[in-house]
Design a protein around this ligand. Structure first.
Ligand SMILES: [Zn+2]
Length: 226
């Protein structure tokens, strides 16, 4: 059987920690906690106490925390919300484009891909092997140029995924890149770690949490070579 790769970034380390005080609030993941990304993930992990039949913890996270899907409503006032996503958007065959060193992904990086035959496109950049090991948010991550986003929007894809917290450059082209894709009906999957994946066809399994009326939601994403 082919190996399934968990391409989700570790959002929460929810293993109970014996050293932890009961009900202690622990910020388990500060990654990308800059306000713009609203990625702070906090968890109050409840340990078993003597006599407890079960335990229930409390999680708090931004809608764009860790690996997550952007709904059209992230940028479009009348756009679909995350609970309205067709589950098939994140389930099925996908194509991984391996962009080696570029800081900015341009239309020509897709020259070798037959976009007409692709429904879901995942972009592996230099981010995957480098940035997920960093403790802090790195604002120089590789991202799509506006032209690349417009090029992909024309291809009428169901989903575009990328291996850091935004498809667009930090405080650069966020609005045109997101709008181009979302207006084209292309859902955006951000925060992937594609370090275990090379280019080519894969099977993607990705489902965002069903949060009513929300602009996005964290997701688990699994990638399996075809
Ligand atoms: Zn997002």
């Amino acid at each position: 059987m082919e190996q399934q790769t968990d391409s989700s970034t570790p959002t929460l380390d929810t293993a109970p920690d014996a050293e932890r005080e009961r009900g202690e609030q622990v910020i388990l993941e500060e990654f990308g906690s800059r306000e713009e990304f609203m990625n702070a993930l906090e968890a109050t992990i409840k340990p078993f106490e003597e006599g407890d039949p079960a335990r229930v913890s409390v999680l708090s996270m931004g809608s764009h925390a860790g690996t997550h899907v952007d709904a059209p409503a992230h940028y479009l006032r009348d756009g679909a919300t995350i609970d309205e996503i067709d589950p098939d958007v994140g389930l099925g065959s996908a194509h991984v484009v391996h962009v080696e060193d570029a800081a900015i992904v341009d239309p020509e990086h897709f020259d070798d891909v037959d976009l007409e035959s692709v429904d879901r496109l995942l972009i592996r950049t230099r981010n995957s092997p480098a940035l997920w090991h960093e403790e802090d948010f790195v604002d120089t991550f590789a991202h799509l140029s506006t032209e690349a986003a417009e090029h992909l929007a024309e291809a009428d894809l169901d989903l575009v995924g990328i291996d850091y917290l935004s498809v667009a450059g930090y405080q650069r082209n966020e609005t045109p890149v997101h709008r181009a894709l979302l207006e084209a009906g292309t859902w955006i999957l951000e925060g992937l770690n594609l370090g275990g994946v090379t280019g080519g066809p894969v099977e993607l399994a990705c489902l965002p949490l069903k949060v009513e009326d929300c602009d996005g939601a964290p997701a688990r994403a699994l990638v399996k070579p075809e």
